[in-house]
Design a protein around this ligand. Structure first.
Ligand code: SF4
Length: 376
């Protein structure tokens, strides 16, 4: 079992962000933490106390907009109500501006063993364009403080395809990151989402602002630079030093069960009729009044689960484990997808090994086309 906890607050909204997050005052944050702790305690019975929790991920939003005490109270509630594995991966997302030295020491001292730092760029101008609240110097200071606090597993977010970004600019950002030596790097291309300031600025454009060709060039440059520096390219947008792959996110790609708590958080849990996918309310007032209220619940069919196994598994460079697929569903991947597999292999988009199916380099460039083929 994995647990995700959502903190829907940010000091200021970034220009590209459509996540469920907004600025809030201290009173609202306090009410939210109280509601969240009620939810953490209230859901403990439903997942079974014998379930070992292997990963906890506190994301947002910006979890570090909360005080150290509030974060400590949330963590304490989880560890009192659920059985955390002795070697559980315990991650919290931090913004360089809201995670000072004391807070980082507090987090490490209170059990968190992995940080995910939202850096995005090492260029002041790009950070301003994105609407980020921090500078490159804030990030470097945060990273060094995190090391001093004892974090030996740090992930850094890098954004590619930022408007105006060229290879030289991205290369210098990556060089700065590589020089610091985080254990993990996530590198996502900017996309323009409806309802954001960037949507107003750039309009309803298809594909990346920098153009498809530049976006791909920047992507492959990122892959090459990180691989040459000892990072394993283990998922389309994720890179890790050996042994530091995100266990939490890998759980999503392998379709492990997870319990999501907090505003708008999703869960995928076992149920009698098949897996159950549910989502908490996205309305803050409703959540504060009743943090156990669900907005929607769907029972996944066997077909849903098979399709998800394929398109989520293909995101990983190791691909879909076809033996594990047969064990899980009682039939081989080929018995369902022989035509699709043959067609995609012939086009050079996937590779079929003895016990796996994975994307080729060209398949990565046409990922969405490939994934859609596995939806029958
Ligand atoms: S810090 Fe993250 S969650 Fe908050 S507004 Fe920026 S991108 Fe969105």
């Amino acid at each position: 079992m994995q647990i995700y906890i959502h903190i829907p607050f940010c000091q200021r909204k970034c220009n590209y962000c459509d996540f469920l997050s907004a600025p809030a005052d201290g009173h609202v944050m306090e009410m939210y933490v109280n509601a969240l702790i009620r939810e953490i305690r209230g859901r403990a019975g439903s997942v079974g106390r014998e379930d070992l929790v292997t990963t906890l991920y506190i994301g947002g939003g910006t979890p570090t907009t909360l005080s150290a005490k509030q974060l400590g109270d949330i963590f304490a509630a989880v560890s009192q109500e659920y059985r955390l594995a002795a070697d559980a991966e315990l991650t919290i997302e931090v913004n360089p501006k809201s995670a000072d030295r004391d807070k980082l020491f507090f987090l490490r001292g209170n059990g968190f063993n992995r940080l995910s730092i939202g850096m995005q760029s090492m260029h002041r101008g790009e950070l301003e364009l994105l609407g980020r609240i921090h500078t490159p110097e804030d990030f470097t200071e945060c990273f060094e403080n995190a090391r001093h606090a004892g974090f030996q597993n740090i992930s850094v977010d890098v954004m590619t395809a930022i408007p105006g970004q060229n290879e030289q600019m991205l290369s210098s950002t990556l060089q700065s990151v590589i020089a610091l030596g985080p254990e993990h790097v996530s590198a996502y291309s900017l996309s323009i989402e409806r309802g954001t300031p960037f949507y107003e600025q750039f309009g309803d454009i298809e594909g990346p602002v920098v153009g498809e060709e530049t976006e791909r060039k920047l992507y492959w440059m990122t892959v090459d630079m990180l691989k040459m520096s000892g990072y394993r390219h283990y998922e389309i947008s994720n890179f890790a030093k050996p042994g530091y792959e995100s266990r939490h996110n890998t759980g999503y790609w392998k379709r492990k069960h997870y319990l999501g708590m907090g505003l708008g958080a999703s869960s995928c849990l076992p149920s009698a009729g098949g897996d159950e996918r549910c989502r908490n309310t996205t309305n803050l007032d409703t959540y504060l009044a009743n943090p156990l209220s669900r907005e929607e619940t769907t029972i996944l069919t066997r077909k849903d689960m098979i399709e998800e196994t394929m398109y989520l598994g293909l995101r990983m460079m190791d691909g879909v484990d076809t033996d594990a697929f047969s064990d899980r569903f009682g039939v081989s991947v080929r018995s369902i997808y022989a035509d699709v597999i043959d067609d995609l292999v012939a086009q050079g988009l996937i590779y079929e090994g003895a016990s796996s199916i994975s994307l080729t380099d060209m398949g990565i460039d046409y990922g969405n086309y490939v994934f859609a083929k596995f939806l029958k």
